[in-house]
Design a protein around this ligand. Structure first.
Ligand SMILES: [Zn+2]
Length: 170
């Protein structure tokens, strides 16, 4: 296993629509392991393949105190309710923002063994599913913030001034 480098804005790979994975083979299993390690090293609750440079429909998730898992070709098939919550992204260091998300979502996809899976989620998992599946369509949480007042700088290094420039219209 190896931790991979996480791409940050304005890398164009983050804005591409990713393609479906035709078959769950060994290269996908290896990538899943590497993405899980990367997510754990970086301290995220989720990671999408475009963030490590691959425009394929694969995400990994790990809720606090739970086992990590992968979803291949994930799709949200039902959304219920609406809430506004704070969100951040490993690909947008130094920022967090208030985003409108669903209260519960139902998602389907394929697991690492190639079996169909379906999850009904609320709370952090629902948010993470919407965030990570958005990545597969080239959508970042900042694209969902209509009002600049809802994007906040977090206490990182002074390099964030540069990062802010990179966040301007893409
Ligand atoms: Zn993200």
């Amino acid at each position: 296993m190896a931790a991979l480098r996480v791409l940050t804005v304005p890398d164009p790979i983050l804005k591409n629509k990713s393609v479906k994975i035709p078959e769950v083979d060994r290269s996908i299993s290896k990538l899943v392991k590497d993405m899980i390690e990367t997510m754990q090293v970086e301290g995220g609750v989720g990671l999408a393949a475009p963030q490590i440079g691959k425009n394929i429909r694969l995400i990994v998730l790990q809720m606090p105190d739970e086992e990590p898992f992968a979803m291949i070709n994930p799709e949200i098939i039902k959304r219920e309710g609406e809430r506004e919550i704070m969100e951040a992204c490993l690909s947008i260091p130094g920022y967090e923002g208030l985003v409108k998300r669903s209260i519960t979502v139902t998602a389907k996809g394929i697991n690492e063994s190639g079996k169909q899976m379906r999850i009904k989620a609320s709370g952090l998992l629902a948010q993470a599913l919407e965030h990570e599946i958005d990545h597969l369509d080239g959508i970042l949480y900042t694209d969902r913030i209509e009002d600049e007042d809802k994007l906040f700088e977090t206490s990182y290094t002074s390099e964030q001034v540069t990062a802010r420039g990179q966040l301007e219209p893409q």
